[in-house]
Write a protein that binds this ligand. Sequence first.
Ligand SMILES: Nc1ncnc2c1ncn2[C@@H]1O[C@H](COP(=O)(O)OP(=O)(O)OP(=O)(O)O)[C@@H](O)[C@H]1O
Length: 253
Amino acid sequence: MAQDKLLKIHNLHKSYGDLEIFKGLTLSMDRGDRLVIIGPSGGGKSTLLRIVMGLEDIVGGDIYMDGKPYILRDGAKTKIDRKLQARVGMVFQHYTLFPHLDILRNLTLAPVKTRGMSRAEAEEKAMGLLTRFGLDAKAHAYPSQLSGGQKQRVAIARALMLDPDLLLFDEVTSALDPELVAEVEAVMMELAEAGMPMMIVTHDMHFARNIASRVVFAAGGVVVEDGPPEQVLDAPQVARTREFVERVFAKKR
Ligand SMILES: Nc1ncnc2c1ncn2[C@@H]1O[C@H](COP(=O)(O)OP(=O)(O)OP(=O)(O)O)[C@@H](O)[C@H]1O
């Protein structure tokens, strides 16, 4: 029997009031996938990641992880399976580090509090990750003492502390000065090469081409294109959106 998909999203519907974001979006992901999601601004890319992270409720549809239902239904009410949610990690555009805790404590807090890891074990693991990302000298610095690129690498290390089976990246380089983008992308490339399944929302199409095993173009509430990066990024409709996004993004920088 074929192995279950790591993630399967089926016929997803989501609205904010009258604004219909997803109109039956269907998408799946294997363990070996590094999926880059692209699409027009406001099309729901961040919302999709937030739904997979269990941070948003949905109107309809189903999500499965390893074939197990992630969305649990009780009549009209829905909730998510917390055990499955714990297998997903997310890195946000704005780092979301605790400003009053040093880097080491930022990393060890969740595993000690929510996973029952001993402080010593958590610190050893945190130092291993900080060393891997070239940040061991910053273990006792505070977030305000770090550059944006360093903060974002810490945020990635923090997500890895919980051993996720799937890591979500929501425009993690968009807030960074151009010279700091490469150091964050290098860490993501290293994780990709180590086999970490990832779902990435980015406006950086060059990076998308480099890191993606598959690109999904979502627009109008559904998946419009889904395939290898060269096929999707060069599709005429996608290329038009891509050029537009790149122009807007270049202006922002
Ligand atoms: N909490 C919310 N309440 C109401 N509307 C929301 C909320 N969050 C997002 N939206 C709206 O839903 C739509 C999709 O937002 P989302 O951030 O997912 O888009 P996106 O594709 O990631 O956009 P961008 O590329 O510009 O970051 C937008 O029109 C946004 O204004």
